[in-house]
Write a protein that binds this ligand. Structure first.
Ligand code: CMC
Length: 428
């Protein structure tokens, strides 16, 4: 719910117009310009939508200046400490933390929809072993719509949400097994969501597999921290594609493709590759900080900076300590963790980064934890996707129910040629 708290006045070519100022539940304010073009004939220009609120949402709140993130009113650090990923999925998608019976029911549903259609296994065979798992994942998710068509009622919608949540981890693990040439491992109903994913990733037929509680706990935490992040690039893509009436699977497949980019979810892979490159280069992190400051170098310090967070990314804060703990518990020594710490210290004391308010983001430490867990680098963005899925589902569902939802259709300011005649071949 937003309420109108004041009126903004715009003076344009001698005429004054009024627009409502609305306020959200955490006090953030917006000028409602939905009537701007109709009243004034003007549009706004806002490349990258940094000042544009595309929707009202009751799912996730971020205060980037104060480093606050909460899902449905619960602070992220408390959720990370006290509830598991499946409870967070329920919270985001259905709006409340489940009671015991709801949780049992939800877990039961997720277990019993985790298989993928046997026919779909053939799709994996068509990919070269070098295929990026995000290419496979997005294509597979779009393909699910061929098996589970939507008939446009609430029951189908809920079932397809459960199906996607249950099956994404199976598809993700199968794409990994395919890439290393091992047989697919089928889901097991006696394991937790995270335990089952680890089992499908790492079990081999000849040997018994026991899920490590350290890995299970670390994975659970990572997924909770990634579960939603309001109107980021992939979530906005899911909403935008969904606004045209495209089905759930098509909308989420589009979100997966948006997440893949190195400036978004693909940054965790880039961070690790960057740390490896620094390591190979004799750990001269100062050189890389200097390079990131030179615009002509084309190099950015991956895992640094955020469109919204301008003090700290609370997720990065939690993961920094988690990386220490997980490596300790697993008895791993990773020189990349030392490089990451040094790099962070140098960057945080450098005026370039201070002035631009560039701090480590969620991707800075997550890759080091995934690496310690034995997850290969090209699967990192898949891991981000597993975590972000409940957020996309919740946002898609909210968008569908929003009476203000219209097909997303931004405008532009045209800067091309004015009307002209087509030249003859001789005139070209
Ligand atoms: N290294 C060096 N300079 C940077 C960096 C960086 N990582 N990030 C931003 N800057 C500079 C940028 O060059 C610009 O400088 P100037 O004002 O002199 O032109 C200034 O800081 C503002 O940057 P911007 O690109 O206008 O900021 P943005 O809000 O459009 O971009 C960002 C945000 C996250 C894409 C960007 O900070 C970046 O590219 N970071 C590295 C990639 C990364 O880690 N992405 C993961 C984001 S967190 C996970 C997620 O939610 O997707």
């Amino acid at each position: 719910m937003t309420t109108q708290v004041a009126t903004a006045r715009l003076s344009l070519e001698g005429v004054e117009y009024e627009f409502p100022i609305v306020e959200g539940t955490e006090g953030e304010k917006a000028i409602d310009i939905s009537q701007l073009r109709a009243k004034t004939g003007h549009i706004t220009i806002d490349p990258g939508y940094g000042n544009t609120g595309a929707c009202k949402s009751s799912i996730t709140f971020i205060d980037g200046e104060k480093g606050i993130l909460s899902y449905r009113g619960y602070p992220i650090d408390e959720l990370a400490a006290r509830v598991d990923f499946i409870e967070v999925c329920h919270l985001l998608i259905f709006g409340h933390l489940p009671d015991r019976a709801e949780l049992d029911h939800f877990k039961h549903d997720l277990m019993h929809h985790s298989l993928i259609h046997e026919e779909m296994k053939k799709f994996f065979e068509g990919y070269p072993p070098s295929a990026h798992p995000m290419a496979i994942l997005s294509a597979m998710v779009a393909s699910l719509s061929a098996y589970y068509p939507e008939r446009n009622d609430d029951r189908d919608e809920k079932l397809n949400i459960i199906r996607l949540l249950a099956k994404l981890k199976t598809i993700a693990a199968f794409s990994y097994k395919k890439s290393i040439g091992q047989p697919y491992v089928y889901p097991r109903n006696d394991l937790s969501y995270c335990g089952d994913f680890l089992h499908m990733m790492f079990a081999v037929p000849a040997e018994p597999y026991k899920v490590s509680p350290v890995l299970e706990h670390a994975l659970n935490l990572l997924l909770v921290l990634h579960a939603d992040h309001e109107q980021n690039c992939s979530t906005s893509t899911v909403r935008m594609v969904g606004s045209s009436g495209a089905n759930l699977f098509a909308s989420i497949a589009a979100g997966l493709c948006a997440l893949w980019g190195p400036l978004h979810g693909g940054a965790n892979q880039e961070v690790l590759e960057m740390l490896e490159a620094i390591h190979r280069d004799g750990s001269d992190y100062q050189k890389y900080v200097e390079m990131a400051k030179r615009k002509d170098s084309g190099f950015r310090l991956f895992g640094f900076g955020h469109r919204v967070y301008k003090s700290l990314d609370p997720r990065a804060n939690i993961l920094k300590h988690t990386a220490d703990r997980v490596l300790d518990e697993l008895g791993h020594k990773d020189p990349l963790l030392d490089i990451a710490r040094e790099l962070e210290a140098v960057a945080l004391n450098d005026s370039y980064f201070i002035e631009r308010k560039l701090y480590p983001n969620v991707d800075f430490y997550s890759g080091i934890i995934y690496r310690a867990m034995g997850i290969p680098t090209n699967m990192f963005t898949v891991m981000f996707a597993l975590g972000r899925l409940p957020g996309w589902l919740a946002q898609w569902k909210e968008m569908k129910r929003d009476p203000a939802n219209r097909i997303n259709r931004p405008r532009q300011i045209y800067t091309g040629e004015n009307r002209r005649a087509i030249p003859t071949f001789e005139q070209r």
